[in-house]
Design a protein around this ligand. Sequence first.
Ligand code: G3I
Length: 332
Amino acid sequence: MSKILLTAALACCATGFGQPLRDRADAHHVKIGTAVNPAALANEDYAKTLAREFNQVEPENAMKFGPIHPAAETYNFGPADQIVAFGREHKMAVRGHTLVWHNQTAPWVRELDPEHLAAAMHEHIKTVVGHYAGQVYAWDVVNEAFNDDGTPRKTVWSVNPGYIEQAFRWAHEADPKAILFYNDYSAEAMNPKSDAIYKMVSDFKQRGVPINGVGLQVHFTKKGQPIEQIEANIKRLTDLGLEVQYTELDIRLPVDDQGAASAEDLDIQAKMYGQLVAACLKFPKCTAIQLWGFTDRYSWIRGTYRGFGAGLPFDASYKPKPAYDAIAAALK
Ligand code: G3I
């Protein structure tokens, strides 16, 4: 081997990995992101893997209403600021999640009458989006506002008709450069929920409501959703001129008491990750593939679905799983 080739080979594999996902994603002009838990940043393996593999971060919980705005007059920006600083230090894009959601709101909000609730929503959006203007390039403005049958979800916010549109207008006022997303789960394929979202965002586009994209969460089991239908949904959304991003991708598997999945299931999972990445890459306006965490050490799955876990491409010891290789191969 020539000296040059040997040097290149050593540089490539000094980490024990091939070309990092973020370099592969850059070549496709797509972002590869992950949700981040600020407490985990102190773990050296976590921070190293995150910085090496990803070019986008999003706080898993730290920017949600309750954590960031726990009392009417109190904002707690510290944990989210930590993630934004990490992102800037490592040249990563930062996504904001989420301004208006029925879950993880602060208790004080639930005591307000509709008029004060609208005022609180306005003030919250103005302050949080304003705080991160120029640092957070995209926001999940409204999260999970539909039921699976496509009807509007009744929530603390929905007492004010038109609150979704209003939230987008206020977010745009607070940072005209940020790109604004509606984000939801179980709306990846063609179904009543994705139809309702399509109808809403078509109407927003037609009437000039400032919306730029739709986030598909992609919390899957190994059953998944038909990939042709996911592509059809991405197509109809991007045909409207909207961006689409996978915002919370994970694929949970049955696990034993140690959190281990079978080799067979890990291969099924890998194939699914590869197909999902390839589907996004078919559309220039599918602009980000973001995972809901990257290591099975930190994931919401085991705490929520008894007997399930192992949903992410790195195991709990930061070793890449077959899913990692499949994502890398799809991004080659
Ligand atoms: O921060 C408190 C801590 O102070 C307290 O001691 C502890 C006791 O349980 O709870 C901590 O809060 C937990 C929080 O995660 C931070 O760890 C909440 O109980 C727990 O409910 C919360 O779960 C989050 C969940 O959203 C809430 O609905 C998950 O981490 C987070 O992964 C999950 O993310 C959502 C997306 O935002 C929207 N789409 C679905 C996705 C998965 O549910």
